[in-house]
Ligand binder design. Structure first.
Ligand SMILES: Nc1ncnc2c1ncn2[C@@H]1O[C@H](COP(=O)(O)OP(=O)(O)O)[C@@H](O)[C@H]1O
Ligand SMILES: [Mg+2]
Length: 489
């Protein structure tokens, strides 16, 4: 059965007098409360700031304090659901009246339920109020809803074998959203499984877009566009089927996350983008600068909300780029980032398995040790500067992308010229060669590349010491992303 229903049942058995059900799904949660109440042979009453307390004089009970006092005075039993309470928490009388309800509780005859889409637990009531976050419908509930829709809509023509996949794609949406999506798609007489799944993902992207700080990154980058880094690519290829319904049904453990650290410009961010195309699950980038900006509320709350939002669109990849900026403990903003950091670690430990974290880090020494410790990420890769063979691959990728004829170039020569270069610098050399040649109205050649290469000063020259430091730091802490391992160049 539904785990959330079980959690509510347990709370009833524990005789908690005041429970806070945090959910935007009023109807669904009311139905759950109804189910539990029926099992207990108890009644359900509702309060709203417009209707007052059901069964009482409306005008006398629209005020929350009056309503709460009525509950105590008349010793109302059963489940009493307060629907609009959190906006009133700024009034001390409301907090007091709630506390009075808590202490007036006798032997579990009554449960006061605060039902709200806002999470605004008053600090002073944390001990008294039992908080339950109600997740969106679980697989079983979704399957049930699909079956119901199927029974009522004669046009429903989704084959049995597609139902599991559709249900999985619907995961994370609320019951209402599921209803909307299904009704929209069922309007087309012959909706295929693919159309249905597409529509569902479209809906999910809209939900995330509304958040502002999570950005959808389209699956545009194939694994063939990533040169070198064979160990990393192998790892990704081996896990490409892990998020499919078949793998989940078979109980194959789903990977939790990947941390890629190393020298900048070596393809870490690009590798993250490759994951979503390869695994065919959507990728969302969390903009930590926006989280910290305060535009969306306190950074901690925003971060928490972001994690919940991403859970709601799972299966998904959550990309935290340059994680050290968000989680590194630095003097400035010490408390905020360390709070966020610890809640992130907890979330990583408990998070639903269908969210895959892809984190990248450049200033790796800034990373706290806990994050690298085994168990958080499945794998920690170190991306070093590409060796000669890898540079050839990267050259070929960018030359091809820029419309050059691959046979026109001397790769031996190019690798000698680009000793110690990263992928971004190679790309830059190719692009500027192409730009020069285009200006002259001719195809670009080895000679154009020679010139552009001579103009670029690679990072490895200007940051030699830092790179040495990064290498020796990473040596004992991470697996080389390159199959050429720790070979020195
Ligand atoms: N291994 C690589 N293969 C192909 N292109 C690369 C590679 N490394 C870097 N590049 C090019 O350089 C750009 C910047 O690299 P990026 O992934 O942002 O590096 P990082 O995140 O490690 O700093 C990429 O978008 C890509 O065009
Ligand atoms: Mg990057």
């Amino acid at each position: 059965m539904s785990t959330i229903l079980d959690e509510i049942r347990t709370t009833v058995r524990a005789q908690s007098p005041v429970v806070y059900l945090y959910s935007s799904e009023e109807e669904r949660v009311l139905r759950m409360v109804g189910t539990v109440a029926a099992e207990a042979g108890a009644e359900v009453r509702q309060w709203s700031c417009v209707e007052g307390l059901a069964g009482c004089d409306r005008d006398a009970t629209t005020d929350p304090v009056a309503a709460l006092q009525t509950v105590i005075r008349e010793d109302i039993p059963g489940f009493i659901v307060f629907k609009d309470l959190p906006p009133f928490f700024s009034r001390p009388e409301v907090i007091r009246a709630l506390r009075d309800v808590y202490y007036a509780a006798k032997g579990g005859r009554r449960m006061l339920v605060i039902l709200s889409a806002d999470l605004a637990m008053p600090e002073t009531l944390k001990k008294e109020v039992h908080l339950i976050e109600v997740p969106p419908p679980e697989s079983e509930e979704i399957l049930q809803q699909l079956t119901d829709i199927r029974a009522t809509d004669a046009k429903y023509n989704l084959p049995d074998e597609a139902i599991q996949e559709v249900a999985m794609a619907l995961k994370g949406l609320t019951e209402t959203e599921i209803g909307h999506v299904m009704r929209r798609v069922l309007q087309h007489e012959s909706a295929t499984k693919e159309e249905l799944v597409d529509e569902i993902f479209h809906e999910k992207k809209n939900i995330v877009k509304k958040s502002g700080y999570l950005e959808f990154s389209p699956p545009r980058y194939g694994i063939d566009g990533l040169g070198g880094l064979e160990n990393l690519k192998d790892w990704l290829i081996k896990r490409r089927r892990m998020f499919t319904p078949e793998a989940v049904a078979a109980g194959v453990p789903v990977p939790k996350g990947l941390l890629m650290m190393g020298i900048s410009g070596c393809g870490k961010s690009l590798a993250v983008k490759v994951i979503s195309s390869l695994w065919e699950i959507p990728l969302f980038r969390l903009d930590m600068n926006l989280v910290f900006s305060g535009i969306y509320g306190s950074p901690e709350e925003t971060f928490h909300r972001a994690l919940r939002t991403i859970e709601s669109v799972a299966p998904a990849v959550l990309w935290i780029d340059e994680i050290e900026n968000a989680l590194g403990i630095e003097e400035s903003g010490l408390t905020i980032s360390s709070h966020i950091f610890s809640s992130f670690l907890t979330w990583m430990q408990e998070k639903p398995p269908m969210v895959f974290i892809a984190a990248t880090a450049n200033r790796i020494q800034a990373l706290p040790a806990e994050i690298i410790r085994k168990g958080r990420f499945d794998q920690v890769f170190f991306c070093d500067l590409p060796v000669a063979e890898e540079r050839v691959e990267i050259f070929r990728i960018h030359l091809a992308r820029n419309g050059a004829n691959l046979d026109d170039f001397d790769y031996k020569m190019l690798t000698v010229q680009t000793e110690g270069w990263n992928g971004a610098e190679i790309e830059q050399a190719v692009i500027s060669a192409r730009t020069e040649a285009y200006y002259d109205g001719r195809p670009f050649s080895q000679r154009d590349l020679d010139i552009s290469i001579a103009k670029i000063v690679p990072l490895s020259e200007t940051m030699e010491q830092q790179i040495k430091g990064i290498r020796s730091w990473a040596f004992s802490r991470a697996t080389p992303a390159s199959s050429f391992g720790r070979r020195r160049r």
